[in-house]
Design a binder for this molecule. Structure first.
Ligand code: AMP
Ligand code: MG
Length: 425
């Protein structure tokens, strides 16, 4: 059943986020990812979403691997130190199997290199740093535990184990793992298409020369960057004027993609027409505001009109407040989990770190605030400070920032030196 269209519903940040996560889970279980899969070369797989499990094609490592340059020995030979052992051979990484001694007897040692197979019989590798070579003998000055400096065959993974599963955003370690098991191509989900519709009579294209009271469209570009980072493919629609018919036509066009982001026109002004138009289109809304700053008027809903297929009962959309910082923040907080689901990714909770506040913050309570800030310092001396800004239209301040400080709604003052949550950009 549909939620009543566009009843004003202002939620706490947590409830609004939960509403998005619930819909994201539904989308993931029903028809996502909407565009199917494709194969890409491993070199083009970074930041794509894996659509097939990747298995170990053999035991990893396939042989007991020495992790050091040194000598393969019997641990029991090193009970009395220093110990002198006969060196019966040398094994380098990639050594032909026929050159590897079939057994290392008590009293014997084999010189081995990092990445080389440890021969049968030996049960530890002594680092070369603790040895002195004298012709065919080696003197060892340090004792060792069984298994030290050896990774046993199959210890990292057994043949046939699932190493990487569907839904993983491919990072460099996953790509290394895929390469290590011979996957030169990977099956990934096709990127969902995300339409971006900027609204406002005052907004002009980036190439245009703005009139004295006009401003250039920056939101479509910040959103496109965030969409790409989250695994989507941005589709920029023409700028919509603050006029219902053209706005509706463009919203209908946008609803043909997998997700629609509208910026501007969701506040309380006379020309903020987005909610009115969506309501006329019988869209359902999950919320029409969240108790946050910046970004309070953010809207989340679903609309059937304009959907491509019968199987697709509707398209999710977000109405993001037009102030550029609000647009960026509300994407991070709300759009990202939905887009991740449509891209086929596993859900991921918001991630925060803690840092010490460098100078105090005073705010009116009631809203959870995500304020542009600068995180600096290192190791145990990491601190964060708000950047000076002129409010949620201040793109320059936000570009100077590298994170957002999160101020809880029940706080009026946070003093310097206190720990505070930080959301990285
Ligand atoms: P609105 O949400 O439509 O009330 O817009 C809020 C503020 O954001 C106004 O100052 C708009 O001029 C500005 N704004 C709206 N859309 C954009 C955009 N695409 N790029 C830059 N600024 C915008
Ligand atoms: Mg506007």
């Amino acid at each position: 059943m549909s939620v009543p269209a566009f009843q004003a519903t202002v939620l706490s940040f947590e409830d609004a986020r939960r509403a998005v996560e619930e819909q994201a889970a539904l989308a993931q279980n029903s028809d996502a990812p909407p565009r199917g899969t494709e194969f890409v070369d491993l070199l083009a797989a970074s930041s794509r979403v894996l659509a097939e499990p990747v298995l170990a094609d053999r035991d990893i490592p396939p042989f007991p691997r020495s992790t050091r340059d040194g000598y393969a020995v019997h641990v029991t030979d090193l009970e009395q130190l220093p110990a002198t052992l006969d060196v019966i051979g040398e094994i380098k990484a990639g050594e032909k199997p026929e050159n590897i001694p079939s057994n290392v007897a008590v009293g014997h040692a084999v010189s081995v290199m990092t990445g080389a197979p440890v021969p049968p019989g030996a049960d530890a590798v002594v680092m070369v740093e603790y040895t002195a070579r004298h012709g065919d003998q080696v003197e060892i000055s340090k004792g060792i535990r069984p298994g030290e400096n050896i990774v046993p065959r199959g210890a990292e993974a057994r043949q046939g184990t699932i190493l990487l599963d569907r839904g993983l955003l491919l990072h460099e370690a996953a790509i290394a793992l895929a390469a290590s098991v011979g996957k030169s191509r990977l099956q990934v989900y096709k990127r969902p298409q995300v339409s971006v519709l900027t609204t406002g009579d005052e907004i002009v294209d980036v190439e245009a020369t703005p009139g004295p009271t006009q401003i250039r469209n920056s939101n479509s570009y910040s959103l496109a960057a965030q969409i790409e980072k989250t695994g989507g493919e941005p589709v920029l629609l023409p700028i919509a004027p603050d006029e219902p018919q053209s706005l509706r036509r463009l919203i209908e066009q946008g609803l043909n993609s997998d997700l629609l982001l509208i910026t501007g026109g969701v506040s309380m002004g006379r020309y903020d027409l987005v909610e009115q138009v969506l309501s006329e289109m019988h869209a359902e809304s999950f919320f029409t505001g969240a108790k946050i700053q910046p970004g309070r008027p953010v809207v989340f809903g679903k609309c059937g009109a304009g959907s491509r297929t019968r199987e697709k009962p509707g398209t999710y959309f977000f109405g993001l407040p037009g102030n550029p910082v609000s647009t960026m923040v509300t994407f991070e907080l709300f759009v990202r989990p939905m887009l991740r689901a449509l891209a086929g990714m596993h859900p991921q909770p918001l991630q925060f770190l803690s840092a010490r506040l460098k100078s105090e913050i005073r705010v009116k309570p009631g809203l959870r605030r995500f304020l542009p800030a600068m995180l600096s310092g290192q190791f145990d001396d990491t601190h964060v400070e708000l950047v000076t800004w002129q409010g949620s239209g201040d793109i320059a301040a936000t570009a100077r920032a590298n994170c957002y400080v999160v101020v809880p709604p029940d706080h009026e003052e946070i003093v310097a030196g206190e720990w505070i949550s930080v959301m990285m950009r």
